[in-house]
Write a protein that binds this ligand. Structure first.
Ligand code: NAP
Length: 254
């Protein structure tokens, strides 16, 4: 992958799952990574492991729902590594799962705040640094649920659909500044989120077997590739790991 060595990435939701795997994938390409999530201890443990392997990694506690906290995490990233080139908006929650009639309004709003407004917060806080660096890459971790309605997931589907439109809208604004924006659907991945989905028993995704889900390293490889120069022609698009041409270009089995 070209164009990654020496870059700096802020990865939200990096305490486990796809975010953790993406931190590894980017670090192995020579990117300095800042791991952000509410669980600072988990991020710090992963960052320590990465440092022990010779990579550049730090951790910061950050709730993407809180703009001031996000702003502080972005400033900490720039203070530590000198610049900010890559944003991976990966933090997400699926709850509340269930019929809308039974949802708690605070929980429903919280899902949209984390999954949609959280990404806006990170982008809003980072843009001045990215334009100062004369470019960068933003990957918004999307979902099949952005495009396919699923019963019991009204908040999640609505939030991810909004995120997909955020991706395409800001791609129009940021191209001139040299900032490439991607939406990326990772497919179904064996993480804690899929565990919660399985436990719910609601909708066809919950019926999938654990072994049918991909390892987090698979979407992580694709996310790292999107941040490389090789993906420049795909900027502005909402992409899916299920796309065979994309898989071929990333080097994943088709
Ligand atoms: P996961 O294992 O549950 O991890 C979610 C991550 O988001 C954790 O690191 C969590 O850390 C963080 N997070 C949650 N709320 C946060 C907040 N308010 N502020 C900061 N960080 C927060 O889930 P995953 O499967 O890796 O999901 C990662 C992304 O992929 C999500 O956007 C998800 O919607 C998307 N996705 C996943 C699948 C799948 O099959 N797994 C499919 C499609 C899309 P803390 O709890 O420590 O904050």
């Amino acid at each position: 992958m070209t164009g990654l060595k020496g870059k700096v990435a802020l990865i939200t939701g990096a305490s486990r799952g796809i975010g953790e795997a993406t931190a590894y994938a980017l670090a192995k390409e020579g990117v300095s990574v800042m791991l952000a999530a509410r669980s600072h201890g988990a991020c710090e443990t992963i960052a320590e492991t990465l440092r022990a392997e010779g990579y550049q990694a730090e951790a910061v506690a950050c709730d993407v729902a809180d703009f001031q906290g996000v702003d502080a995490a972005v400033n900490r990233t720039v203070a530590r590594f000198g610049h900010l080139d890559i944003l991976i908006n990966n933090a997400g929650v699926i709850d509340p799962i269930g019929p809308l009639s039974e949802t708690n309004p605070d929980s429903w709003a919280n899902c949209v705040t984390i999954d949609l407004v959280g990404a806006y917060h990170v982008i809003r806080a980072s843009l001045s640094h990215m334009t100062a660096a004369r470019g960068g890459v933003i990957v918004n971790v999307s979902s099949g649920a952005a495009h396919r309605p699923l019963e019991g997931w009204s908040a999640y589907c609505a939030a991810k659909a909004g995120l997909a439109m955020l991706t395409r809208s800001i791609a129009l604004e940021l191209g001139e500044a040299g900032i490439r924006v991607y939406g990326f659907g990772p497919g179904t991945v064996d993480t804690d989120m899929q565990g919660a989905i399985r436990a719910s028993g609601i909708n066809p995704i919950s019926q999938m077997k654990r072994e049918d889900h991909a390892s987090p390293a698979v979407p992580a490889q694709a996310i790292a590739w999107l941040c490389s120069d090789e993906a420049a022609d795909l900027a502005g698009q909402e992409l899916s790991i299920r796309d065979e041409d994309l898989r071929r270009r990333v080097g994943l089995p088709t």
